[in-house]
Design a binder for this molecule. Structure first.
Ligand code: SAM
Length: 217
């Protein structure tokens, strides 16, 4: 199969053209951040290739277009407090950190300690200081710093639990790939408004599974 290797600008222009991202703050975050800083040395030449790449511990940094779609669906705003479940390389957290700015905060939780440390080192290279990485099981969210304006799960989630929705603020949004078949997950957006939960679905995606007590184990 032919590899689709692009540069940063080609990737972002493609998203703008296809209206995958329209928000100026989101566009700027992708432009400012160097994805090379979140990629293992041996894959750096493929930093802007539009497919997932291996990171440590058998995990992956998601395909750039998937990250763009999820970021857009999440509608992150300046000063938001956002929980990310599945830190991986720290790239998605860094994108969100750029968008929420110094008045906001990203709490990102990772179950594999080696990856939590990898992400911390990657964020340092980009001088990002508003992202806190927690080593732990995010399948139950992270109650301690709740409620959140936004929650994003970047691993295949069997279901969105009431416990997670309970950690969202009123008018909060949650985005996650949901389903029991990790190769055919439904990208799902939950909107919480007072006592009403609205669910929207956006196409089929593949992800590594969410582990932990409310995950696939
Ligand atoms: N967002 C990441 C990035 O920007 O590189 C990519 C995430 S990767 C597709 C999924 C990550 O979720 C893996 O690093 C995996 O170890 C982590 N993970 C799986 N189950 C988890 C859990 N219960 N709590 C926290 N992290 C988990």
């Amino acid at each position: 199969m032919k590899k689709l290797i692009m540069d940063k600008d080609q990737l972002i222009q493609g998203w703008i053209k296809r209206k995958i991202i329209t928000d100026k703050k989101i566009i700027s975050a992708f432009q400012e951040l160097n994805r090379e800083n979140f990629i293992l040395e041996e894959y750096k030449d493929q930093a802007y290739a539009d497919y997932p790449l291996p990171i440590l511990a058998g995990q992956t940094i998601s395909q750039p277009t998937t990250i763009a779609i999820m970021t857009s669906l999440l509608e992150p705003k300046e000063k938001n407090k956002i929980l990310e479940i599945g830190t991986g390389s720290g790239y998605q957290a860094a994108i969100l950190g750029k968008i929420v700015g110094s008045g906001g905060k990203i709490i990102s939780i990772e179950i594999i300690e080696e990856l939590a440390e990898f992400a911390k080192a990657n964020l340092k290279k980009e001088n990002i200081t508003n992202v806190e990485i927690i080593h732990g099981d995010g399948s139950v969210g992270y109650e301690k710093q709740s409620p959140y304006d936004r929650i994003i799960i970047t691993a295949a989630t069997p279901k969105i639990t009431d416990e997670l929705i309970g950690q969202l603020k009123d008018y909060g949004l949650l985005v996650a790939p949901v389903g029991y078949d990790i190769h055919s997950l439904v990208m799902t957006k939950i909107i919480k408004q007072k006592n009403t939960i609205t669910k929207h679905e956006f196409g089929s995606f593949s992800f590594v599974p969410l582990r932990g007590i409310k995950g696939f184990e």
